[in-house]
Every structure is written in C-alpha cells, then in structure tokens.
Design a protein around this ligand. Sequence first.
Ligand SMILES: Cc1cc2nc3c(=O)[nH]c(=O)nc-3n(C[C@H](O)[C@H](O)[C@H](O)COP(=O)(O)O)c2cc1C
Length: 175
Amino acid sequence: MGVLIVCESSFGNTRHVAEAIGAGLSKKGHHVALFAVENAPREIPEDVTLLLVGSPTHNMAMTTAETRARAVAEGAPTAPAIGVHEWIDVVTPRRTLLVRTFDTRTTGRFLPSAARDAARALKSNGFHGAKTGESFQVDPRTTGLADGELQRAHEWGMALADLDPGAGTDHLPRH
Ligand SMILES: Cc1cc2nc3c(=O)[nH]c(=O)nc-3n(C[C@H](O)[C@H](O)[C@H](O)COP(=O)(O)O)c2cc1C
C-alpha cells in the first residue's frame, strides 16, 4: 500500500504524531510519504491507496489564517503558509480513495475537532472514502503530547496497515 500523509503543525505535536503513524505503517512494510501541508501535492500520486490528513484543532475545527497567527502569538515557531483546509480546497479529489483524518487537541474526545471537520470537508469536496480517524491529546500545561500518545499513534499506524484499500468505496453514494 502506498500511503500519503499530509500534516499541518504549528507547535510540532501533530507532526510528531504523523511521524509515529508513518513509522507504524512502515513497520508493516508500507511505503509512506509524509508532507507538511504547504508542500503537499495537489494531485494524489496513482500509487497512493491510503491518504491520511492531520491537523491541530483550533476553535474545535481546522485552523484558519487567523488562528494560525494566534498560535504564533502564543509561541509557535512559525505559521504554515496554508492549512489543511486550504489544501483540501485545491487538491484534486479521488472518489474511492481510502482516507482517514487525525488531529491533536487539548480538549476531551467528545467535543468537535479538526479531524471531524477535515473528514467532512474532504467528503464534500469529493473524497467519498474519507472518515474521521483519531484524536491525540496535547497537555495544555506543557503544550507537549500527553504521555503515551506517540505510542498510541504508532499503534494506530500499524492498525491502519491492515485496512482494505477497497474500503474507500463503502460510502459511495448509490445511483
Ligand atoms: C488559536 C488556537 C485555538 C485552539 N483551539 C482549540 C480547541 O478548540 N480545542 C482544543 O482541543 N484545542 C485547541 N487548541 C490547542 C491546539 O489543539 C494545540 O495547540 C494543538 O493540538 C497543537 O498542535 P501542533 O503542535 O501540531 O500545532 C487551540 C490552539 C490555538 C493556538
């Protein structure tokens, strides 16, 4: 399986999670390409059978230029030029591609998050195989990942390796 991971990160946590997920998939023998969102391709290469899209949660959703600027004001090293939302708006959709989203956040798991927002945006832009994946917890006191989250990301990557690429067609609208 060829795996493309597109991730956005201001403070570095979502990037670390993306790397751990990628390591889990690689361990299972998959070829993984990881791109920061500003460098991500707008055409998904033919050999990609799983797309993973990760974003920090800002205001219970994907980031905006305004929230990215706030992250910088709060100490993030730099703001990416574009966020996952802007990338989803320009990437050419692949209708049957298996897609899972993930995010980092400081709040509990029942509140809306970037992963849910991204899955919805991907679906409405033509990626019918998109589903909300996992959220990973950032500790608001340290602004680093909570204990055990990198290990959980690695395990999730290994679990994703067993997904059937054909599962991306499960939710196609029937004609
Ligand atoms: C402007 C801003 C808004 C945020 N809003 C939320 C939020 O609504 N819910 C939440 O759980 N975390 C929120 N956070 C915390 C981020 O989710 C956290 O900084 C992020 O997971 C860190 O990821 P990164 O290191 O990849 O940038 C917010 C952070 C910023 C800077």
